[in-house]
Design a protein around this ligand. Structure first.
Ligand SMILES: [Zn+2]
Length: 248
């Protein structure tokens, strides 16, 4: 294989590794945001449940206060009943007492209902809190995993860029410049394999004599369409008709 071509293939591999790692690295903040929003949603669910509980409690206290008032009224009527002089007065107070007793029953029913609702809300709140705690632990684990991932990706990028620097120095100037020129306007991809008579990147069909030349790996040949440097991968199954062990 042409030494320049072999080195450019290696340079592209290192570039791809670095680009891929860079892409993954840039995706981490977005993934972290998604995890954080989930946690925020769980926190909000717990807050909402606690607010509902507090409201329900205040409502019940209001009903309890009303009940105490009615009960006080009722006991006043009982006292008055002892000192009535006429049947008419007696009947009037008894009527008032019946009304107050009906109110007591209504308020007691309401309190019971409030207590049942309170218990239901409490169960919902406890479940939300449990879910939040689980999510908190998971979020912490995910954040730690993201941190390790970030460290590893940075290591990969550093190592690939170090190797690229060293490799670049050994490549002939024209070949390296050609690579840089193509890479700059083609999203970093300057060297791609050709397979089955096609450029694997832009998929254009190559002229047979061009493809045959590519199979030899003895020159820097660019795709007519996307201008990327093409090469043949000797161990590729698609190119089984290629000469065996054509490397070097
Ligand atoms: Zn192409």
């Amino acid at each position: 294989m042409l030494p320049d071509l072999e080195q450019l293939i290696q340079l592209q591999r290192l570039t791809n590794t670095a680009m891929e790692a860079q892409r993954d690295l840039e995706a981490i903040p977005g993934r972290l945001d998604a995890v954080n929003s989930q946690l925020t949603a769980h926190v909000e669910a717990v807050t909402a449940a606690n607010d509902r509980l507090a409201r329900k409690k205040t409502e019940r206290q209001g009903v309890e206060k009303s009940l105490a008032e009615v009960q006080a009224r009722l006991s006043r009527f009982k006292d008055q009943l002892m000192s009535v002089k006429t049947n008419k007065e007696y009947a009037a107070i008894q009527h008032e007492m019946a009304t107050a007793e009906a109110d007591v029953r209504k308020l007691e029913d309401a309190i019971l209902e409030h207590m049942l609702e309170f218990d239901e809300l409490k169960t919902v709140g406890e479940a939300a809190e449990e879910t939040l705690e689980i999510n908190r632990v998971e979020t912490e684990q995910i954040r730690t995993a993201f941190e390790s991932e970030r460290t590893e990706l940075e290591r990969v990028i550093d190592s690939a860029s170090g190797e690229r620097g060293k490799l670049s120095e050994t490549i002939g100037e024209p070949a390296r410049q050609l690579f840089d020129r193509i890479a700059e306007r083609s999203g970093g991809v300057a060297v791609v394999p050709a397979q089955n008579g096609h450029c694997t990147l832009c998929n254009v069909r190559l002229r047979p004599q061009v493809f045959n030349q590519i199979l030899l790996n003895t020159a820097l040949i660019q795709c007519d369409s996307c201008k990327r440097i093409l090469y043949h991968e000797p161990n590729s199954l698609e190119n089984s008709k290629a000469p065996i062990d054509s490397a070097r």
